[in-house]
Design a protein around this ligand. Structure first.
Ligand code: ADP
Ligand code: MG
Length: 484
């Protein structure tokens, strides 16, 4: 187990070293979730207690504190002339107003904002060193002594505000499972600065907190999704890695296969040539003494040798093309002369079968751009096919120029076996041969047409055909015309 992990790591490291481009992707895969994580956590931190939330609550508190102070102060015309009823009325109106932001009594609309409202408003005085409420939103709290022990949920703010005569006292408290921000403000004589009373109220922070926790949860969900997506990316990437490895392996295997084909065909060439040579000699020398059957046997051996030779050279050529080792560099050639030579070369075979083989187009004036060797292979293949698959009649080769399309078209037409629609659909595939009673005894590899079309296409041309079974076939091959 340990060993395989070690091996995996070594392999991975090697792979990365061999494919430096992948290190950027790896970097992205690591950096992306980190950035997302950092972003999310920093946003959450900024929303936290000392951050934006605290700030927003403080702002609310400051506004409410000033407002309360402003409204309550007129109820204290002098130090000892406290109008308790008036105070209670003001407290009640602030409380109602706080719960009804539309402001039914036409008051200005700043006290209660969305998410915050004033609760537990109390105006507290000190009587014989005992704090007690003289007006309160909750009437039951009026007149009762208040314990300002610091251990009690924010009540010490009252004593602090009183003693220091400073405003801006506030603290977070919790009451009956709900969160509040308690504020306390001294009410002072504008002239002497002496403290008359302390006003305190609670701002509910529940709603704002719920909103924030929803935001935080949402941020975390998005973070988790982003990390999952990144992991998926990593997974995809590792799969891609294995594909790259696989394709490298395939390339290597392909090369090994090609090397093998090259080696095998090369090694086989010498023995096949020797077999061919000696069999030909035997055929000649034994001619006077062999009987009809023996002569037939020798012919069959020879035919097999020839088929083997054709197969070897075709396979070699296919592998050449597939490896991109075939030279397709175009020459400017005069096709008529070359076609004439090819046709003359094949004619004896045609005559032997009792066919007529003609070339119409000796006066073709144009040049075409093709590689001469490939061009010869293509035309030879097509003309040999027509001769091969035509039991009787005529094979006609012709050439004409389609100047509008800037191409020269060579037609090889025969009165032979023809090819069924099904056959036509597969004709240009490797090793495909039409299987009928007529073609049964005709040797071949099924590679000629594949090679011919491949070569034609690589040189800017193509091959097409028209054929009717039992009537004959017409193959067209075209190449780009060269400028004069
Ligand atoms: N002129 C033709 N007339 C009839 N059939 C043809 C002709 N040319 C090709 N074919 C069919 O197409 C098949 C594939 O041709 P080709 O690729 O040249 O392979 P091969 O000639 O070695 O069999 C042949 O086996 C034959 O059945
Ligand atoms: Mg052929």
């Amino acid at each position: 187990m340990n060993f395989s992990i070690k091996e995996f790591l070594i392999d991975t490291f090697d792979f990365i070293r061999q494919n430096p481009a992948i290190s950027y992707s790896l970097l992205l895969i690591v950096v992306l979730p980190l950035v997302l994580y950092y972003n999310t956590t920093s946003i959450i931190n900024r929303l936290g207690d000392d951050g934006a939330v605290g700030q927003s609550i403080n702002d609310q508190a400051a506004i409410n504190r000033d407002l309360l102070t402003m409204m309550l102060l007129p109820a204290f015309p002098g130090k000892d002339s406290l109008d308790q009823e008036k105070l209670q009325r003001i407290v009640d109106s602030v409380a109602t107003y706080g719960n009804d932001p539309a402001g039914t009594d036409g008051a200005t609309t700043t006290a209660a904002d969305e998410g915050t409202k004033l609760e537990n408003i109390r105006v507290i005085v000190r009587d014989d060193y005992i704090f007690k409420a003289v007006a309160a939103q909750d009437p039951q709290k009026v007149g009762k002594a208040i314990n300002t022990d610091p251990s009690l949920n924010g009540e010490n703010l009252i004593a602090l505000a009183w003693a220091s005569a400073k405003k801006d006292y506030g603290a977070q408290i919790e009451e009956a499972g709900k969160k509040y921000f308690r504020i306390a403000n001294p009410l002072r004589d504008p002239a002497t600065g002496e403290v008359y009373a302390v006003v305190t109220a609670d701002i509910s922070t529940d709603k704002i907190m719920t909103q924030i926790s929803a935001t935080i949860i949402q941020a975390y969900i998005i973070l988790v999704i982003a990390i999952l997506l990144s992991l998926f990316l990593v997974f995809q990437h590792t799969r891609l890695f294995s594909y790259v490895g696989l394709s490298k392996k395939l390339l290597a295997q392909n090369k090994a296969k090609d090397d093998f084909i090259r080696m095998a065909t090369h090694e086989l060439r010498a023995p096949v040539t020797i077999m061919n040579m000696y069999t030909e000699t035997l055929k000649e020398e034994l001619a006077p003494v062999v009987n009809k059957d023996q002569k037939e046997y020798i012919e069959r051996v020879l035919m097999s040798i020839h088929n083997l030779r054709d197969l070897m050279s075709d396979i070699l050529e296919v592998s050449h093309i597939q490896q991109g080792r075939t030279d397709f560099k175009p020459d400017k050639i005069q096709p008529a002369t070359i076609i004439k030579e090819i046709v003359n070369g094949i004619r004896p075979k045609a005559v032997e079968k009792g066919l007529s083989l003609v070339f119409e187009g000796e006066d073709f004036p144009h040049y075409i751009n093709v590689n001469e060797v490939c061009f010869k292979r293509i035309i030879t293949n097509l003309v040999e096919n027509s001769v091969k698959y035509t039991p009787a009649g005529k094979v006609t080769v012709s050439i004409k120029a389609e100047t509008a399309k800037k191409r020269g078209v060579i037609t090889v037409q025969d009165t032979g076996l023809g090819i069924s629609a099904e056959g036509q659909a597969h004709l240009f595939e490797q090793f495909y041969r039409v299987k009928t009673q007529d073609t049964e005894s005709i040797p071949g590899t099924g590679l000629g047409l594949w090679m011919s079309r491949e070569m034609a296409r690589r040189m800017g041309g193509d091959i097409m055909l028209e054929s009717i079974e039992h009537m004959g076939s017409r193959f067209f091959v075209w190449f780009p015309l060269a400028d004069k």
